[in-house]
Ligand binder design. Structure first.
Ligand code: FES
Ligand code: FES
Length: 187
């Protein structure tokens, strides 16, 4: 078998926004966004699981919408905006979802966590006050073998409450979010 020199393998090039930064990358044209993120850009926060579109471990936001990066060709991302779990940290502070996942035991082995965090972020961007069914529906494509999902749903609700408080939302919204979040103590 003949192996092409590295320069020939990396014959495709795109410029896109990765976690808010203009990014140029060269890669082999057959590569998925997942492969380019991990192998060519060193962003290993996004996990590869099934690589068949079934587990959600590889989820990232593309122009604000959750996509399975194992099913997206990197070539499709020219000029677009990609957000990965690395982009959730802002000015050195964890996103409220990350805090809540850590506090409530929603991240155990953590393999599913990056995909769930970005998918939950997209949900809260679109609907700042989702109910339990809407959270369950939004995360239905993200498999977790550790938690049984309850802690994940509670963590999303806790983050929702925190974000509502941070935005100084009207009292009735905070009260509603508090009821949904169950006001559980961290465990
Ligand atoms: S690795 Fe992409 S859905 Fe499983
Ligand atoms: S925390 Fe282990 S797979 Fe979800």
């Amino acid at each position: 078998m003949t192996t092409l020199p590295l320069a020939a393998q990396k014959s495709s090039h795109i410029r896109f926004s990765l976690n808010g930064e203009d990014t140029d990358v060269s890669f082999a044209p057959y590569k998925t966004l997942l492969e380019v993120l991990r192998e060519d850009l060193g962003h290993t926060g996004t996990k590869h699981g099934c690589e068949l579109g079934e587990c959600g471990a590889c989820a990232v936001l593309l122009d604000g919408k959750p996509v399975l990066s194992c099913l997206v060709l990197a070539l499709e991302c020219e000029g677009r905006q990609v957000l990965t779990v690395e982009g959730l940290v802002s000015e050195g502070k964890l996103h409220p979802l990350q805090d809540a996942f850590a506090d409530l035991g929603a991240a155990q082995c953590g393999y599913c966590t990056p995909g769930i965090l970005v998918t939950a972020k997209a949900l809260l961007n679109e609907n700042p006050h989702p109910n339990r069914d809407q959270i369950r529906q939004a995360l239905s494509g993200n498999l977790c073998r550790c938690t049984g999902y309850l802690q994940i749903f509670e963590a999303v609700e806790a983050a929702m409450l925190k974000m509502a408080e941070d935005q100084d939302a009207p009292a009735e919204i905070r009260g509603e979010a508090k009821v949904r979040a169950g006001t559980q103590e961290p465990r």
